[in-house]
Design a protein around this ligand. Sequence first.
Ligand code: MN
Length: 129
Amino acid sequence: MSRSILVIEDQEDNRRILRDLLTSHGYKIIEATDGLAGVESAGVHRPDLILMDIQLPGIDGYEATRRIKADPDLNNIPIIAVTSYALSGDDQKAFTAGCDDYVAKPFSPRKLLAKIEHYLAQRETGGNG
Ligand code: MN
């Protein structure tokens, strides 16, 4: 069964890049275009992993991450922040908010896929479902 990844990203171009990359590697993707919709979608779909843009309409990616990680039913879902500002401390803010990892835009597709595979493998060996 293919694993599902929730992509929370407001820019259509970025969503298309991620959609093409992830579906071509066999992942099922779910998309949300703002922070609140992302939190709601996480609860409805229980994805295996979340890619979280930081700059989003409404609540930002930090707040969306805090809300997801505050939910005991969802807090074991790995969240990878996708940030434009890794050099200005946004990586630390992402970790503080509860993100498990981050990649800086523009990301390397190979490195992003490696991180995704890493966290999905951890879930398989460590989880009780
Ligand atoms: Mn954005």
